[in-house]
Design a protein around this ligand. Structure first.
Ligand code: NAD
Length: 258
């Protein structure tokens, strides 16, 4: 079997959170293109349903939409149970849902701080441990977390201390779970994208005006596209990455190199 065939995900079942749109929609599409059955998990069920239908039509895979607020333990448990029941198992997942609250630290409310940490970091603990418990007792699996280059550098000019701290936490959580589960068949890795053109950046009144400034700082002079994150996620979900765990993959066009 050639390497491309070995990388396929035929017969595997997985879910992606925050998959109604943006990066999650893109990786969910790629997983289905590679042969997996997929659950599109999002708090926005209406958009998730449209996305699921689009991907199912394009790939012929089983694609379901599930409503879930990833900050709610009961909902995450119910979502994982539903994935297992409706897809017939769980081999991999991509914990990707996230938000960015832009506020100066000395003006940020504690509620804003807690919200950003809750959606970006606590949710990854919930998703990883609940999915992980299933995988640990069912022959293993692969977990991918979306961190960010903001885990490694402090973005300027926009202030976003809670986002940056949450994403740094995602990387240490990823490494901690990878070490704890290394001998038990569950691998945990993260991706750290640079600025990517999604609704989070392109439709944000706060962030959109800053794109020209970011591009001026970027070695490639442009934003990344969600499609440019797909292949690493297919690799991490599949069986050619069995020695890869606890790793963080920078996908930022060299933005963090200097
Ligand atoms: P996006 O805003 O386009 O999509 C995020 C999706 O997550 C939306 O569909 C939203 O409904 C969903 N979501 C938000 N909160 C949720 C919750 N509590 N429960 C369930 N679903 C929820 O964002 P994106 O750009 O695709 O970002 C996806 C991930 O990538 C995030 O973790 C983000 O921090 C990270 N990231 C984005 C960029 C970028 O420049 N776009 C860069 C680095 C990292």
């Amino acid at each position: 079997m050639g390497i491309i065939e070995k990388m396929r995900l035929d017969g595997k079942k997985g879910f992606v959170t925050g998959a109604a749109r943006g990066i999650g929609k893109c990786t969910a599409t790629a997983f289905a293109e590679a042969g997996a059955d997929i659950a599109i998990v999002d708090m926005d069920l209406e958009t998730a349903q449209v996305t699921a239908q689009e991907i199912a039509q394009a790939t012929g895979r089983k694609v379901i939409a599930l409503k879930c607020d990833v900050t709610d333990e009961t909902q995450v448990q119910a979502m994982v149970d539903m994935v297992v029941e409706q897809l017939g198992g769980l081999d991999f997942c991509h914990a990707n849902a996230g938000i960015c609250i832009n506020a100066a630290a000395d003006e940020m409310t504690y509620a804003q701080w807690k919200k950003n940490i809750d959606v970006n970091l606590n949710s990854v603990f919930l998703t990883d441990t609940i999915a992980g418990r299933y995988m640990l007792s069912h022959g293993g699996g692969s977990i991918i977390n979306t961190a960010s280059m903001s885990a490694h550098i402090v973005n300027v000019p926009q202030p976003q201390c809670a986002y940056n701290a949450s994403k740094a936490g995602v990387i240490q959580l990823t490494k901690s779970l990878a070490v704890e589960w290394a001998k038990r068949g569950v691998r945990v890795n993260s991706i750290s994208p640079g600025y990517i053109g999604t609704d989070l950046t392109l439709s944000s009144e706060t962030l959109k005006p800053l794109i020209a400034q970011w591009n001026a700082m970027a070695p490639m002079g442009r934003l990344g596209k969600p499609e440019e994150l797909e292949s690493i996620c297919v690799y991490l979900a599949g069986d050619t990455s069995t020695f890869t765990t606890g790793a963080d993959f920078g996908l930022d066009g060299a933005f963090t190199c200097f």
